[in-house]
Design a protein around this ligand. Structure first.
Ligand SMILES: *[C@@H]1O[C@H](CO)[C@@H](O)[C@H](O)[C@H]1NC(C)=O
Ligand SMILES: *[C@@H]1O[C@H](CO)[C@@H](O)[C@H](O)[C@H]1NC(C)=O
Length: 477
């Protein structure tokens, strides 16, 4: 590998130098090397690139800038390790100060599987007048500029098409992110992300701002221009709260608005995300944030092992995870809703599809005191019985595997603690088995499913498939 100009152009202090020596791999090598074994690219041909490289956008075209600090990094690096793919994902973690090397040595092992960490440039010349926030907002806003400048010194810019920004507690799903961005022409100016789930947070910030915790993407040509003008914006907007607000206003001054993609999740919610993730919008999940503030994704597991469990499904069929499919068992007069890779819910009787697309408010608002009133949230909610035993029978992901073109996932019954057998619905079922085919990125239509006759006891079998042209998701008559 050829030697590259250094990323940090200021004279580094001795401490910084010592820190940089601890990096698992030189940052620049990671930035510019082509991964040796790129992940399979999404099969969509939606990329409208007109330059030399017309391949569909894949993970290798993304450059991540992760905002962190020496205080939060040690606690949150497990999140990063979960989704970061050494050799496939490119980018760096930006810190406020060098990390202390871990006690007892073994720094190399400790950092394996993580992006390289760099210390952000000094920002003391920029105003910061927001009363109760943290100064780091300016530092974090400049990550996009530091990334672009580091590429610019070593023209050409490799194959970077998008700069992706997120926090150290943002969990990205890289293939889904790449598949989502592949719908857009990266050579145009794009600013893509999502807003908060909380009406209050959007009122406080903006309904047009991509929230930083959910992560957002800026096409490379736009990021280049932004990096030239960002510092002058930072001088004008010291009164704003976050780094995401600073990037948003500067892009607004450039005449660019956010494109909303519903797969980005800021998660300004608390409690149980079941209601949100069992009725995900028709778009691949791109990110989850604030997982420290919500219950573990699967009951009976801690946060880390629950997320690892979810990644078993992500690894096998990322695009289908959380995609909701509804079908009916006409014999038993039941309605089934599958959120693939996560949960199956079963209702007695015939429910209409639109009712199942609205969310069960199993969570509460970000500001706990506000409770669960439906007008707090940015989505449709429906009535949720207070009595746990009156809620639909719920089956959480057990195992998932891939064999001969078919994906089999199983879901195990979870009975709320104090429910009497007699008051439970679907007493005859302990597990659900779901078969599906690999999800193709870029599919816009919800899939259909069938309840099959099961040969196993206490088991429901479901097959997910593409709907026929005229097929409706409904039970006749
Ligand atoms: C990038 O490099 C080019 C060529 O050296 C230079 O003209 C341009 O100003 C640089 N841009 C930035 C953002 O540093
Ligand atoms: C989480 O659970 C796993 C598996 O049960 C265990 O190995 C791990 O130590 C736990 N982590 C924490 C932080 O409790």
């Amino acid at each position: 590998m050829k030697s590259r100009p250094p990323i940090i152009t200021k004279m580094p202090s001795f401490k910084t130098l010592a820190f940089l020596l601890l990096l698992p791999l030189p940052f620049l090598c990671l930035l510019l090397s082509s991964p040796t074994n790129p992940l399979p690219r999404p099969s969509t041909a939606a990329s409208a690139a007109v330059s030399g490289d017309v391949s569909a956008t894949g993970v290798r075209h993304l450059l991540f800038g992760i905002a962190s600090s020496s205080r939060t990094f040690p606690k949150r690096k497990d999140y990063l390790r979960m989704w970061w793919r050494p050799g496939a994902t490119k980018g760096a973690v930006f810190l406020d100060s060098p990390l202390k090397s871990p006690a007892g040595g073994g720094g190399g092992d400790e950092e394996r599987g993580l992006p390289p960490a760099v210390v952000s440039a000094d920002t003391s010349k920029f105003p910061y007048t927001f009363k109760s926030g943290s100064r780091s907002a300016v530092r974090v806003a400049r990550i996009v500029k530091e990334l672009v400048d580091s590429l610019n010194q070593s023209l050409p810019h490799g194959d970077v098409r998008w700069i992706v920004l997120g926090d150290d507690d943002t969990v990205f799903f890289p293939e889904n992110l790449a598949g989502t961005l592949a719908k857009y022409d990266w050579e145009q100016w794009h600013y893509i992300g999502g807003i908060s789930e909380s009406v209050e947070q959007n009122v406080k910030n903006s309904f047009g701002m991509a929230f930083g915790g959910g992560g957002f993407a800026i096409s490379y040509p736009l990021a280049r221009v932004l990096s030239r003008v960002l510092d002058s914006c930072l001088m004008r907007y010291g009164h704003l709260y976050g780094s995401d607000a600073r990037v948003f206003v500067c892009l607004a001054e450039l005449g660019v608005g956010m494109t909303h993609e519903p797969g980005f999740h800021q998660i300004d919610l608390r409690g149980d995300l079941l209601g949100l993730l069992s009725a995900h919008p028709l778009a691949p999940v791109v990110s989850l944030h604030h997982l420290d503030y919500v219950d573990p994704l699967f009951p009976g597991m801690n946060r880390t092992s629950a997320l690892e469990h979810l990644f078993e499904a992500i690894t096998i069929d990322p695009g289908r995870v959380f995609q909701q499919t509804v079908c009916y068992d006409p014999l038993k007069l039941r309605t089934v809703s599958v959120s693939w890779g996560y949960v199956v819910q079963l209702y007695e009787g015939k429910l209409l599809l639109p009712d199942l697309l609205s969310l069960q408010p199993t969570f509460t608002s970000w500001r706990r005191s506000r409770g669960v009133s439906p007008n707090l949230f940015m989505f449709d909610t429906r009535e949720l019985p207070k009595d746990q035993c009156q809620r639909p029978a719920t089956f959480f992901l057990g195992s998932v595997f891939y064999s001969k073109g078919k994906i089999e996932s199983t879901y195990k019954r979870q009975v709320p603690g104090n429910c009497q057998q007699s008051s439970m619905s679907a007493k005859d079922l302990l597990r659900v088995k779901v078969s599906s085919e690999k999800f193709e990125m870029g599919q816009l239509r919800r899939h259909c499913c069938d309840v099959l006759a099961s040969s196993e006891e206490m088991t429901m079998e479901i097959d997910i498939r593409k709907c026929k042209d005229d097929e409706l998701i409904a039970m006749n008559p």
